[in-house]
Design a protein. Structure first.
Ligand SMILES: [Zn+2]
Length: 176
């Protein structure tokens, strides 16, 4: 089957040791690597939270989160285990506008300015496999936008990380 894998926010600030470290994040990265290796001809699209230092979602600007995924810092980088699978044109950045919060990766843009949605139209997958961090926020919003746009979505649950175990379980029930 013609599939793509969308990896949401498997970047250092959301992984153990990062400023917004999520639960099951180390396991999610390892499981994602395995999933990609098991599907060698499947395009892998990476969504990356990528903020300016004064982003509106940070506490200093009245937002709910500590500073995270600031462009140019280690915290904004894709985990090293996944780096071998990164192709620059398939990396989509979101949250780049200081005044705009973007949980969904669907409107994220690559360096050429194409959105993830644009690139899916070109690839025409029968199924979009979504993995990443965190279930309740960026995974959820990305999945909802993908479905709204008409794509068939499968969530690889062992490749997810979450803020809160109950919120994770609740989100999976709602998305099902
Ligand atoms: Zn963010």
């Amino acid at each position: 089957m013609n599939r793509v894998i969308v990896v949401v926010d498997e970047i250092y600030d959301f992984i153990e040791g990062g400023s917004l470290a999520c639960q099951h994040s180390v396991e999610a990265v390892a499981a994602t690597k395995q999933l990609i290796e098991q599907n060698p001809d499947t395009p892998v699209l990476f969504v990356c939270d990528h903020h300016p230092a004064d982003h509106c979602s940070f506490a200093a600007q009245g937002g709910p989160w500590p500073p995270h995924c600031v462009a140019g810092t280690h915290g904004a980088e894709i985990h090293a285990l996944l780096q071998p699978f990164v192709q620059e044109e398939l990396v989509f950045y979101k949250g780049c506008d200081p005044a705009l919060e973007q949980y969904s990766g669907f409107e994220g843009r690559n360096e050429a300015g194409q959105t993830l949605g644009d690139v899916l139209e070109l690839l025409e997958p029968e199924e979009v496999v979504v993995v990443g961090i965190a279930t309740e926020y960026c995974v959820r919003n990305t999945v909802e936008d993908l479905r709204r746009a008409g794509w068939k979505v499968v969530i690889a649950e062992d490749c997810l990380g979450w803020v809160d175990a109950q919120g994770h379980a609740q989100t999976l029930r709602e998305l099902a």
